[in-house]
Design a protein around this ligand. Structure first.
Ligand SMILES: [Fe+2]
Length: 301
């Protein structure tokens, strides 16, 4: 029988877990225990506070459903999703490749095919914008016929799943670039939106006096044979929350503004965003990622 003080308890747990046959599980759990114990010591965690923490995590679990993933939302607002994705990127993305961003919970397979120059909007709504550019490899060579999935909120800040009958897709589409890797597509100006605030994560965000908003953005997923799937988003630079995204998805290189006088815009009279995407070659790194969009874990919600 050991008498374990506040430091010895950590070593005792790690020693007992040393029998774990899977070396990666052993490494992860050892570090998790070391850091959790250090955290408890640092803040001098009390039993009451730890019970509150357990109640919070219980509520997070109970909020999860086939269309709601509160744990991923928690990971997002704590910046852990961003951190894990950035580390993943550092391994597989070529330096010149377009930066990635969170996938989000609103991606849906089977979005309607939209011809080049067509629109993502099924009905008249908010102000129209045009997006155009090229898809190339990191040497600037065109990638012909890459497939781009785009999805976004409407002018009210709602995804189709939130706006109306979820069986109807809207404000999303799949376009195919031409032989020179060029694309252009019309859509509506998206609006920023709040993360779901009706669960324990929203309650935490409120207690922290954070606003809970994501800046207006357009989600993009680009696939082409031989290249790493690119999951990213473009953020509108004039959104008031572009510097304080609640889930930390924004990178400088992904911030865009619309312009009325881009000389090479394939359509005139519509505010346009020009953005060229650069795909990294496939490196064998698995493409899994975490995002405030658990679409890869559960049916889109
Ligand atoms: Fe989003």
């Amino acid at each position: 029988m050991q008498d374990l003080d506040v430091n010895e308890i950590t070593d005792a747990v790690i020693a007992q877990m040393a029998t774990t046959p899977d070396p990666r599980l052993r490494e992860i759990m050892e570090a998790a225990v070391r850091h959790m114990h250090a955290f408890a010591r640092e803040v001098q965690l009390t039993p009451d506070e730890w019970l509150k923490g357990i109640a919070f995590m219980t509520a997070v679990g109970q909020m999860c459903s086939p269309i709601r993933q509160e744990f991923i939302l928690l990971s997002d607002v704590l910046g852990l999703s961003r951190l894990v994705n950035v580390m993943h990127d550092a391994k597989g993305r070529e330096a010149a490749g377009t930066e990635t961003s969170l996938l989000g919970p609103f991606f849906r397979e089977g979005a309607p095919e939209v011809p080049l120059g067509g629109t993502l909007a099924r009905a008249e709504g908010g102000p129209e914008i045009l997006m155009f550019g090229r898809i190339t490899d990191t040497e600037g060579r065109a990638i012909p016929h890459a497939v781009i999935d785009l999805w976004q909120t409407n002018a009210e800040g709602l995804y189709d799943l939130q706006a109306h009958d979820p069986s109807e897709m809207d404000m999303r589409g799949r376009i195919r670039c031409d032989a020179e890797g060029r694309y252009h597509v019309r859509t509506e100006r998206p609006l920023g939106y709040s993360i779901p605030m009706d669960g324990p994560v929203g309650e935490l965000v409120r207690q922290q006096a954070r606003h809970g908003f994501r800046p207006a953005h357009i989600h993009i997923l680009i696939a082409a044979p031989g290249f790493r799937e690119l999951v990213t988003a473009l953020y509108l630079g004039d959104d008031e929350h572009v510097d304080s995204d609640t889930v930390f998805g924004v990178s400088k290189s992904l911030v865009v503004t619309t312009s009325d006088d881009l000389p090479d815009a394939p359509m005139k009279g519509v505010p346009a965003i020009r953005y060229d995407f650069t795909l990294s070659r496939e490196s064998g790194e698995a493409g899994g990622r975490v995002g405030s969009d658990p679409s890869r874990l559960v049916p889109a919600g």
